[in-house]
Design a protein around this ligand. Structure first.
Ligand SMILES: [Zn+2]
Length: 307
Protein backbone atom coordinates (compact mmCIF):
# COMPACT_ATOMS: atom_id res chain seq x y z
CA UNK A 1 0.00 0.00 0.00
CA UNK A 2 1.43 3.34 -1.09
CA UNK A 3 0.97 6.51 1.02
CA UNK A 4 -1.20 8.02 -1.75
CA UNK A 5 -3.57 5.04 -1.85
CA UNK A 6 -3.92 4.91 1.95
CA UNK A 7 -4.52 8.68 2.01
CA UNK A 8 -7.27 8.39 -0.62
CA UNK A 9 -9.07 5.57 1.22
CA UNK A 10 -8.75 7.45 4.51
CA UNK A 11 -10.16 10.62 2.88
CA UNK A 12 -13.36 8.78 1.84
CA UNK A 13 -13.64 7.21 5.29
CA UNK A 14 -13.10 10.71 6.76
CA UNK A 15 -16.07 12.17 4.84
CA UNK A 16 -18.35 9.58 6.45
CA UNK A 17 -16.88 10.10 9.91
CA UNK A 18 -17.21 13.87 9.38
CA UNK A 19 -20.92 13.34 8.88
CA UNK A 20 -21.08 11.63 12.28
CA UNK A 21 -19.00 14.45 13.83
CA UNK A 22 -21.70 16.92 12.77
CA UNK A 23 -24.13 14.92 14.92
CA UNK A 24 -21.65 14.87 17.83
CA UNK A 25 -20.95 18.60 17.55
CA UNK A 26 -24.64 19.48 17.60
CA UNK A 27 -25.96 16.97 20.13
CA UNK A 28 -23.27 16.34 22.79
CA UNK A 29 -23.22 19.92 24.18
CA UNK A 30 -27.05 19.78 24.28
CA UNK A 31 -27.05 16.52 26.25
CA UNK A 32 -28.72 14.53 23.45
CA UNK A 33 -27.87 10.99 22.36
CA UNK A 34 -25.58 10.69 19.33
CA UNK A 35 -27.20 7.39 18.33
CA UNK A 36 -30.93 8.02 18.55
CA UNK A 37 -32.93 9.37 16.82
CA UNK A 38 -31.42 9.28 13.31
CA UNK A 39 -30.47 12.48 11.49
CA UNK A 40 -33.34 14.92 11.12
CA UNK A 41 -33.82 18.36 9.64
CA UNK A 42 -33.18 21.16 12.16
CA UNK A 43 -36.09 23.08 10.61
CA UNK A 44 -39.00 20.64 10.21
CA UNK A 45 -37.71 17.56 12.10
CA UNK A 46 -38.22 15.34 9.03
CA UNK A 47 -36.14 12.15 9.24
CA UNK A 48 -33.37 12.13 6.65
CA UNK A 49 -33.23 9.11 4.34
CA UNK A 50 -30.07 7.41 3.12
CA UNK A 51 -29.95 9.58 0.01
CA UNK A 52 -30.05 12.77 2.06
CA UNK A 53 -27.27 11.52 4.32
CA UNK A 54 -24.46 11.18 1.78
CA UNK A 55 -21.59 13.42 2.94
CA UNK A 56 -21.13 16.65 0.97
CA UNK A 57 -22.96 15.30 -2.13
CA UNK A 58 -26.44 15.49 -0.57
CA UNK A 59 -25.83 19.06 0.51
CA UNK A 60 -24.60 20.02 -2.99
CA UNK A 61 -27.46 18.25 -4.82
CA UNK A 62 -30.10 19.82 -2.56
CA UNK A 63 -28.29 23.18 -2.89
CA UNK A 64 -28.01 23.53 0.89
CA UNK A 65 -31.74 23.27 1.59
CA UNK A 66 -34.02 20.74 3.28
CA UNK A 67 -35.97 18.68 0.73
CA UNK A 68 -39.11 18.82 2.88
CA UNK A 69 -39.36 22.37 4.20
CA UNK A 70 -36.70 24.28 2.22
CA UNK A 71 -34.92 25.61 5.32
CA UNK A 72 -31.26 26.51 4.73
CA UNK A 73 -28.76 23.90 5.92
CA UNK A 74 -25.56 25.65 7.06
CA UNK A 75 -22.49 25.27 4.85
CA UNK A 76 -20.75 24.23 8.05
CA UNK A 77 -22.08 20.67 7.72
CA UNK A 78 -20.34 19.86 4.40
CA UNK A 79 -17.34 21.98 5.51
CA UNK A 80 -16.80 19.75 8.56
CA UNK A 81 -17.14 16.64 6.39
CA UNK A 82 -14.52 17.99 3.96
CA UNK A 83 -12.26 19.02 6.85
CA UNK A 84 -12.48 15.52 8.34
CA UNK A 85 -11.74 13.97 4.93
CA UNK A 86 -8.69 16.22 4.53
CA UNK A 87 -7.42 15.48 8.07
CA UNK A 88 -7.82 11.73 7.49
CA UNK A 89 -5.90 12.05 4.22
CA UNK A 90 -2.87 13.72 5.82
CA UNK A 91 -2.91 11.34 8.81
CA UNK A 92 -3.26 8.43 6.35
CA UNK A 93 -0.22 9.62 4.40
CA UNK A 94 1.76 10.11 7.63
CA UNK A 95 0.89 6.74 9.26
CA UNK A 96 0.27 4.70 6.10
CA UNK A 97 2.64 1.91 7.13
CA UNK A 98 1.99 2.08 10.87
CA UNK A 99 -0.16 -0.10 13.13
CA UNK A 100 -1.11 3.11 14.90
CA UNK A 101 -2.98 4.53 11.87
CA UNK A 102 -6.47 3.91 13.28
CA UNK A 103 -5.58 5.34 16.69
CA UNK A 104 -4.51 8.62 15.09
CA UNK A 105 -7.52 8.75 12.74
CA UNK A 106 -9.76 8.43 15.80
CA UNK A 107 -7.73 11.09 17.58
CA UNK A 108 -7.94 13.72 14.82
CA UNK A 109 -11.68 13.08 14.38
CA UNK A 110 -12.17 13.76 18.09
CA UNK A 111 -9.92 16.84 17.90
CA UNK A 112 -12.01 18.27 15.06
CA UNK A 113 -15.26 17.76 16.99
CA UNK A 114 -13.75 19.13 20.22
CA UNK A 115 -12.36 22.22 18.46
CA UNK A 116 -15.71 23.15 16.93
CA UNK A 117 -17.61 22.48 20.19
CA UNK A 118 -15.06 24.61 22.07
CA UNK A 119 -15.45 27.48 19.57
CA UNK A 120 -19.26 27.27 19.89
CA UNK A 121 -19.66 26.69 23.63
CA UNK A 122 -16.24 27.26 25.34
CA UNK A 123 -16.49 23.65 26.43
CA UNK A 124 -14.51 20.43 25.94
CA UNK A 125 -17.06 17.77 26.94
CA UNK A 126 -15.93 14.69 28.87
CA UNK A 127 -18.51 12.85 26.77
CA UNK A 128 -16.10 13.29 23.85
CA UNK A 129 -12.75 13.10 25.70
CA UNK A 130 -13.45 9.86 27.62
CA UNK A 131 -14.74 7.85 24.63
CA UNK A 132 -11.69 9.04 22.68
CA UNK A 133 -9.46 7.62 25.45
CA UNK A 134 -11.47 4.39 25.26
CA UNK A 135 -10.77 4.10 21.52
CA UNK A 136 -7.21 5.49 21.22
CA UNK A 137 -5.60 3.76 24.23
CA UNK A 138 -6.55 0.15 23.26
CA UNK A 139 -5.59 0.81 19.63
CA UNK A 140 -2.13 2.00 20.71
CA UNK A 141 -1.79 -1.03 23.01
CA UNK A 142 -2.54 -3.22 19.99
CA UNK A 143 -0.04 -1.24 17.90
CA UNK A 144 2.63 -1.75 20.58
CA UNK A 145 1.83 -5.46 20.78
CA UNK A 146 1.98 -5.83 16.99
CA UNK A 147 5.37 -4.13 16.72
CA UNK A 148 6.76 -5.38 20.04
CA UNK A 149 7.54 -1.74 20.87
CA UNK A 150 6.34 -1.66 24.49
CA UNK A 151 8.73 1.24 25.10
CA UNK A 152 6.41 3.44 23.06
CA UNK A 153 3.52 2.56 25.36
CA UNK A 154 5.53 3.27 28.51
CA UNK A 155 6.59 6.60 27.02
CA UNK A 156 2.94 7.37 26.17
CA UNK A 157 1.81 6.80 29.79
CA UNK A 158 4.65 8.92 31.15
CA UNK A 159 3.99 11.65 28.55
CA UNK A 160 0.28 11.73 29.48
CA UNK A 161 1.26 12.35 33.11
CA UNK A 162 3.81 15.01 32.13
CA UNK A 163 1.44 16.85 29.78
CA UNK A 164 -1.31 16.72 32.41
CA UNK A 165 1.09 18.08 35.07
CA UNK A 166 2.29 20.95 32.83
CA UNK A 167 -1.23 22.10 31.95
CA UNK A 168 -2.51 21.52 35.48
CA UNK A 169 0.26 23.82 36.73
CA UNK A 170 -0.65 26.51 34.20
CA UNK A 171 -4.36 26.14 35.00
CA UNK A 172 -3.54 26.44 38.71
CA UNK A 173 -1.07 29.34 38.48
CA UNK A 174 -2.68 31.50 35.76
CA UNK A 175 -6.40 31.94 36.52
CA UNK A 176 -8.54 32.18 33.40
CA UNK A 177 -5.77 31.05 31.05
CA UNK A 178 -7.69 27.88 30.24
CA UNK A 179 -10.48 25.64 31.47
CA UNK A 180 -10.05 22.28 33.16
CA UNK A 181 -11.24 20.64 29.94
CA UNK A 182 -7.98 21.83 28.37
CA UNK A 183 -6.03 20.08 31.16
CA UNK A 184 -7.94 16.84 30.55
CA UNK A 185 -7.39 17.12 26.80
CA UNK A 186 -3.66 17.73 27.37
CA UNK A 187 -3.38 14.34 29.13
CA UNK A 188 -4.95 12.58 26.13
CA UNK A 189 -2.69 14.48 23.70
CA UNK A 190 0.36 13.70 25.83
CA UNK A 191 -0.49 10.00 25.61
CA UNK A 192 -0.97 10.07 21.83
CA UNK A 193 2.10 12.24 21.12
CA UNK A 194 4.26 10.38 23.63
CA UNK A 195 3.58 7.12 21.81
CA UNK A 196 5.23 8.67 18.71
CA UNK A 197 8.30 10.18 20.41
CA UNK A 198 9.53 12.67 23.01
CA UNK A 199 10.12 15.44 20.41
CA UNK A 200 6.49 15.02 19.30
CA UNK A 201 5.38 15.52 22.91
CA UNK A 202 7.51 18.64 23.48
CA UNK A 203 6.37 20.15 20.20
CA UNK A 204 2.78 19.35 21.16
CA UNK A 205 3.28 21.20 24.46
CA UNK A 206 4.97 24.22 22.88
CA UNK A 207 3.04 24.74 19.63
CA UNK A 208 -0.41 25.49 21.16
CA UNK A 209 1.08 28.50 22.95
CA UNK A 210 2.71 29.74 19.76
CA UNK A 211 -0.54 29.25 17.83
CA UNK A 212 -2.55 30.73 20.71
CA UNK A 213 -0.34 33.82 20.81
CA UNK A 214 -0.70 34.38 17.06
CA UNK A 215 -4.46 33.67 17.25
CA UNK A 216 -4.94 35.91 20.28
CA UNK A 217 -3.07 38.73 18.57
CA UNK A 218 -5.07 38.19 15.37
CA UNK A 219 -8.29 38.67 17.35
CA UNK A 220 -7.14 41.54 19.58
CA UNK A 221 -5.04 43.50 17.07
CA UNK A 222 -5.07 42.01 13.55
CA UNK A 223 -2.69 44.71 12.33
CA UNK A 224 0.13 43.13 14.38
CA UNK A 225 0.09 40.17 12.02
CA UNK A 226 1.79 42.33 9.37
CA UNK A 227 4.96 43.09 11.38
CA UNK A 228 4.96 39.44 12.51
CA UNK A 229 4.92 38.35 8.90
CA UNK A 230 7.67 40.84 8.00
CA UNK A 231 9.75 39.78 11.02
CA UNK A 232 9.24 36.13 10.11
CA UNK A 233 10.40 36.72 6.54
CA UNK A 234 13.45 38.73 7.67
CA UNK A 235 14.31 36.04 10.22
CA UNK A 236 13.88 33.26 7.67
CA UNK A 237 16.36 34.81 5.24
CA UNK A 238 18.74 36.18 7.87
CA UNK A 239 18.59 33.16 10.22
CA UNK A 240 21.56 31.12 8.98
CA UNK A 241 23.83 34.19 8.72
CA UNK A 242 22.91 35.41 12.23
CA UNK A 243 23.41 31.99 13.78
CA UNK A 244 26.78 31.72 12.06
CA UNK A 245 27.85 35.07 13.50
CA UNK A 246 26.59 34.10 16.98
CA UNK A 247 28.25 30.69 16.98
CA UNK A 248 31.28 31.75 14.91
CA UNK A 249 31.02 28.53 12.89
CA UNK A 250 29.19 27.38 9.75
CA UNK A 251 25.60 26.34 10.52
CA UNK A 252 25.17 22.60 9.92
CA UNK A 253 21.37 22.42 9.95
CA UNK A 254 20.20 25.11 7.49
CA UNK A 255 16.47 24.33 7.72
CA UNK A 256 16.53 24.63 11.49
CA UNK A 257 18.40 27.94 11.17
CA UNK A 258 15.74 29.30 8.79
CA UNK A 259 12.86 28.17 11.00
CA UNK A 260 14.32 29.41 14.28
CA UNK A 261 15.25 32.70 12.59
CA UNK A 262 11.69 33.10 11.34
CA UNK A 263 10.18 32.38 14.79
CA UNK A 264 12.55 34.79 16.58
CA UNK A 265 11.97 37.49 13.93
CA UNK A 266 8.18 37.13 14.00
CA UNK A 267 7.98 37.10 17.81
CA UNK A 268 10.39 40.02 18.17
CA UNK A 269 8.81 42.42 15.64
CA UNK A 270 5.28 41.31 16.54
CA UNK A 271 5.85 41.79 20.27
CA UNK A 272 7.43 45.21 19.70
CA UNK A 273 4.50 46.51 17.66
CA UNK A 274 1.99 44.87 20.04
CA UNK A 275 3.58 46.58 23.05
CA UNK A 276 3.49 49.98 21.30
CA UNK A 277 -0.18 49.47 20.39
CA UNK A 278 -1.02 48.40 23.97
CA UNK A 279 0.70 51.53 25.30
CA UNK A 280 -1.43 53.59 22.88
CA UNK A 281 -4.52 51.60 24.04
CA UNK A 282 -5.27 50.40 20.53
CA UNK A 283 -5.67 46.75 21.58
CA UNK A 284 -9.03 45.10 22.21
CA UNK A 285 -9.18 43.41 25.60
CA UNK A 286 -11.18 40.93 27.60
CA UNK A 287 -12.53 38.66 24.89
CA UNK A 288 -12.41 35.03 25.94
CA UNK A 289 -10.87 32.74 23.35
CA UNK A 290 -11.12 28.96 23.68
CA UNK A 291 -7.76 27.18 23.97
CA UNK A 292 -8.95 23.76 22.75
CA UNK A 293 -8.51 24.49 19.03
CA UNK A 294 -4.90 25.57 19.66
CA UNK A 295 -4.17 22.40 21.65
CA UNK A 296 -5.69 20.37 18.83
CA UNK A 297 -3.86 22.27 16.08
CA UNK A 298 -0.54 22.06 17.91
CA UNK A 299 -0.92 18.32 18.46
CA UNK A 300 -1.81 17.75 14.82
CA UNK A 301 1.21 19.75 13.61
CA UNK A 302 3.47 17.87 16.03
CA UNK A 303 2.12 14.52 14.76
CA UNK A 304 2.72 15.48 11.16
CA UNK A 305 6.17 17.08 11.35
CA UNK A 306 8.01 14.92 13.92
CA UNK A 307 8.89 11.27 13.45
ZN1 LIG B 1 -36.80 20.48 6.86
Amino acid sequence: MTPGLVAAVCALFGLVIGSFLNVVIWRVPRGESVVRPGSHCPGCDAQLGARENVPVLSWLLLRGRCRHCGVRISVRYPAIEVACGALFAVVGARFYDSWALFAYLALVAALLALSVIDLDHLLLPNKVIYPTWAIVAPLLVVASAATGDWGALGRAVLAAAIDFAIFYAIWFVVPGAMGFGDVRLAALLGFALGWVSWPALWLGVFLPFLLGTVGGIAVAAPVVLLPMLAGGALGWFGGPAWLERLGDAPVDDVTRAHVSGAIVGAVFLGAAVYLVLSALRRVERGRQIPFGPYLAGGALLALLVVA
